[in-house]
Design a protein around this ligand. Sequence first.
Ligand code: ITT
Length: 198
Amino acid sequence: MIFILASNNSKKLAEMRGILSPLGIELLSQSEAGLSIEVEENGSTFEENSRLKALGACDLVNAPCIADDSGLCVDALGGAPGVYSARYGGESCRSDKDRYELLLRNMEGVTDRRAKFVCVITCVFPNGDSIVSRGECPGEILAAPRGEGGFGYDPVFRPEGETRSMAEMDAGEKNAISHRGRALEKFKAKLREYYADK
Ligand code: ITT
């Protein structure tokens, strides 16, 4: 089964391939599928943006398209950066490091460190059908970055029940507990049901 990942984030692609390939799902990047698109993410929820990205790709190719919209929601910041995680700090933040350093500055002196990663996967089929699944990973924001693995805010996030940051885990360990891993586990079950009903 070939699916196209409607994403420009190569780290997401690598994680999703790691999770979906054992199921026989071949995930093509946008460039491998001959697509060059940047969908405007103007939704206010992960669900809306995930659907916008999947539809944007599916309008252009005759294959099922998957999108992942994800982010970090921090309790003490009213859920920010949330759907704006990739754009946190605007033009003044040009890298993942800039963004997590801004987050740490905004959390200075804050004792409530609770946060969660959220991921919403949407798969749109050429016939208009769709599958949506959501995964969350609760945890807390560390005082300083730790680890070199993963991407984004991983160095400053410690998942609940863990002593290490997400960036101190290897890919398999992260996928087993991450928001993306959890959303994709649900997605796999829904996909099996979808094809069983066909
Ligand atoms: P696409 O929209 O092209 O897929 P993107 O990186 O812009 O790529 P999002 O709009 O979904 O994706 O933003 C997700 C951001 O949330 C991402 O850039 C990271 O900053 C953060 N994020 C999501 N998943 C993460 C993870 O597993 N570890 C660390 N940070 C993550």
